[in-house]
Design a binder for this molecule. Structure first.
Ligand code: G6P
Length: 612
């Protein structure tokens, strides 16, 4: 979603900001803009990609060492030049960029209109620019105080960066609900929604927490609460490298990230499974194992692809550790009536970005009811990672493609390790079974490498189905969530309507859609559901559906029935999703490329969804 970049120092601010906004493009947006303060404020903004803004800047350059920039994902008001940020106050001396939503903007706007303020845009953000100006005038206070007073009146969420022409060497930033960090260089400062725009200049960052603001000047920075209490902030050292956020020769980030999985999975497992004695150590969970062992139930809350990994987690934890698991869409958790969450429950929030607003809200709700909350996040230092009692990082490395791939497999591996360790502690797993799963987990990077070798075959199949209007994905047990994930991947990036179903449910509706034009992807790798899957394949075949079967070398019974097969290496059933998802990721990628879609930045989608 929206992205913020700001700069104060001796470089050309517009250059730094444009480069930074490009790094944030993956978050999803529909317009972009920049404001540079060089004695006077200069603003350039436009609907469309950062490239368009760059062209405008070539035509009408702006120079200066202080500036703020923004990519906007429209919420209030359509994507157009006027609604693009930055927004100015009435006297044009205050200018700001904003992520989040000002929920009470309508009442604030009415008040401001009564005072004679007029509005150019349909955004909620513009209200804030006028409000700061009005407060400064009415109360005759400093810029900083005006920002504080304004933010006290605001309901909703914000990540903000503000410039004031009357204070030419200062940027004020503030955060509530939308992530913001401050990069600290040598005599220069960077502001960004995440670390990717900052990493090429400095690895030192300060994460702002909710209800905090920072006043950044050439002479230094100061962090305080909106209520004006100084905050002593830790400077974190980032471990991310610039190579990790570049494409390394791949045409798209998504393909790079799919092919990185052998590495991201070894990174996820490294230091956590001891190959000698097969023990599992998850340092971040040390204090909460007793809670997990005693938990009445485990609730998993997540959105999108992370919700699918949560579903795999449900099968894993129930099967191995015999604990009841409920997987909730984070956005719906709060509407459950009554939500009987209490201190005997454990909630696991799964989020690649660690910033998804609904997931954050769900964990806050569970925490307020006394539950122990655990995070499974990819982005180090993200809000969810910081607000949970305990957690496990997935260590998948930065994921830039909007369609999540390597984050999914890493989340499933973390859930597998949790399920196994819990099962061992509870005595619900035999030594032999534990050992069988651990040995396959240790071989996982190699097995994923083998699965990736099917890419050429995936390309051939994708060429035949590029213009299919619909796709159906069927799986049972551990592979049912993979069917959902395969369908999600396809619709996200190729805009083909696709549905994932538990295979037996096909008979209760989707079977009506099957004819010779319907490709049906069947996941037939599980030994314990094999016979039933074969029956489902027969049912599809009888209606002339085109069968693309994902099979394993030791389970090829479906091959004579299938129109096409994609093979993944043999693996114990519980780990099957980690290999069956690979050809589905590759197929959705290839079909999207064939259709000329923008794979890394699909229309209307955002990487990090920070509105509820
Ligand atoms: C967005 C992304 C998805 C992602 C979901 C949850 O919709 O486009 O790829 O799965 O958010 O994101 P999270 O960061 O919480 O895993």
């Amino acid at each position: 979603m929206c992205g913020i970049v700001g700069y104060l120092g001796n470089r050309d601010a517009a250059d730094v900001i444009i480069k930074g906004l490009k790094r944030l493009e993956y978050r999803g947006y529909d317009s972009a803009g920049v404001a540079i303060l060089n004695g006077k404020l200069a603003i350039r903004k436009a609907k469309g990609k950062v490239k368009r803004l760059e062209e405008i800047l070539e035509d009408k350059p702006v120079e200066g060492g202080i500036g703020i920039g923004h990519t906007r994902w429209a919420t209030h008001g359509e994507p157009n030049d006027v609604n693009a940020h930055p927004h100015q106050s009435q006297n044009k001396r205050i200018v700001l960029v904003h992520n989040g939503i000002i929920e009470n903007y309508s009442s604030l706007k009415k008040e401001l209109i009564k005072k004679g303020y007029s509005f150019q845009s349909q955004t909620d953000t513009e209200v804030l620019a006028h409000l700061i100006e009005a407060i400064q005038k009415d109360l005759d206070c400093s810029f900083e105080e005006a920002v504080q007073y304004a933010l006290k009146q605001v309901e909703g969420t914000y990540g903000l960066a503000i410039l004031n022409q009357d204070e030419p060497d200062k940027i004020i930033v503030a955060r509530k609900g939308s992530p913001l960090l401050l990069g600290i260089g040598e005599d220069e400062y960077f502001i960004a929604s995440d670390a990717s725009p900052v990493i090429e200049y400095t690895n030192k960052v300060v994460y702002l927490d909710d209800n905090e603001m920072a006043i950044i000047k050439r002479t230094g920075y100061e962090v305080k609460s909106i209520a004006n209490v100084p905050q002593n902030k830790k400077i974190h050292e980032l471990e991310m490298s610039i190579e990790q956020i570049e494409k390394s020769g791949y045409p798209h980030f998504m393909l790079k990230e799919i092919f990185e999985q052998p590495q991201s999975l070894s990174d996820c497992i490294r230091g956590r499974i001891n190959p000698e004695d097969q023990s599992i150590t998850l340092g971040g969970l040390t204090d909460v194992w007793p809670k997990l062992e005693k938990a009445n139930r485990i609730i998993i809350a997540a959105c999108g692809t992370s919700w699918h990994s949560g579903l795999v987690g449900e099968y894993l934890i129930e099967h191995l550790a015999k604990v009841h698991v409920e997987v909730e869409y984070a956005s719906e958790l709060r509407y459950k009536e009554p939500v009987l969450i209490d201190e005997k429950d454990v909630l696991i929030a799964i989020s690649q970005s660690g910033e998804t607003a609904d997931t954050l809200a769900a964990l806050r709700e569970a925490k307020s009811k006394g539950a122990t909350v655990i995070g499974i996040c990819n982005v180090v230092g993200s809000t969810i990672a910081r607000e949970t009692h305990a957690g496990v990082y997935t260590h998948a490395g930065p994921e830039i493609g909007v369609a999540s791939t390597k984050a999914f497999t890493a989340q499933v591996v973390v859930l597998t390790m949790i399920a196994l360790e819990l099962a061992k502690r509870k005595g619900t797993i035999s030594d032999e079974y534990y050992s069988e799963i651990i040995s396959d987990l240790l071989k996982l990077p190699q097995k994923v490498t083998t699965a990736l070798k099917e890419f050429d075959k995936v390309k051939e199949i994708s060429a035949l189905f590029t213009y299919a209007p619909n796709f159906l994905y069927l799986g049972r047990s551990f592979n049912f969530p993979v069917a959902l994930e395969g369908a999600l991947k396809l619709k996200e990036i190729s805009y083909i309507h696709a549905e994932g179903y538990p295979a037996a449910e096909m008979k209760h509706g989707p079977i009506a859609l099957i004819d010779e034009h319907m490709p049906v992807v069947v996941l037939t790798t599980l030994s314990h559901t094999n016979e039933k899957m074969i029956s489902n394949v027969q049912e599809v075949k009888a209606r002339k559906g085109r069968i693309i079967a994902v099979t394993m070398p030791n389970n090829r019974e479906v091959e004579p029935l299938a129109d096409f097969t994609l093979e993944v290496p043999s693996i114990t059933d519980v780990l099957s999703p980690l290999v069956t998802v690979i050809p589905l990721q590759l197929m959705s990628y290839q079909i999207a490329v064939n259709r000329g879609c923008n794979v890394d930045q699909p229309r209307n989608l955002a990487k990090s969804v920070t509105v509820e």
